[in-house]
Every structure is written in structure tokens, then in C-alpha cells.
Ligand binder design. Structure first.
Ligand SMILES: [Zn+2]
Length: 84
């Protein structure tokens, strides 16, 4: 079960990866990830996912990555990731 603090941290992860959060919010995310291994895992996955997107901007991401992302999005209750 995802804790409330986890939901908030993960909601920031997308923005964090897009560089759209302030240093203050980044520090909050980092602090949460440090003490919360499950979220740290998700962050690491998101980071890899974004790297794949950047590297293959003209291609579709690998199906297994998309499957994992969909599972993750369902888990945290988000509609769509702001990929782009
Ligand atoms: Zn957490």
C-alpha cells in the first residue's frame, strides 16, 4: 500500500525528472527517497525510463518498459505521465 507521503513524493518525481521543481521541492523528494527504499526504486526506474525516452526520442520505448510504467502509474493512481 502506498503511503500518503509516498504519493506526494512520487507525484513530484515526474516534475523532478523534468527539472520543473524548485530546489526546495527537490530536497524534499530526495529526503523522502533516502528513507524510503520503495520510492527510491521507483525513482531509479523513472530516471532510467526518462533516459530511454531521451535516447530514443524518435522511437517507441521498449514494450517491457511501457508495461512497467503502466503498472507503476496504476499503483500510484496517476492518469498519465507527463512524457515529452
Ligand atoms: Zn515512499
Amino acid at each position: 500500500m502506498v503511503k500518503r507521503s509516498c504519493e506526494e513524493a512520487l507525484a513530484q518525481v515526474y516534475l523532478y525528472l523534468d527539472g520543473e521543481v524548485t530546489w526546495y521541492r527537490r530536497s524534499l523528494v530526495r529526503r523522502h527517497l533516502k528513507k524510503c527504499p520503495p520510492c527510491d526504486d521507483k525513482f531509479a526506474f523513472e530516471d532510467r525510463f526518462k533516459a530511454v525516452i531521451r535516447a530514443r526520442a524518435q522511437e517507441d520505448p521498449p514494450p517491457e518498459i511501457m508495461d512497467r510504467l503502466r503498472t507503476y502509474i496504476r499503483a500510484v493512481g496517476m492518469e498519465d505521465p507527463p512524457i515529452g
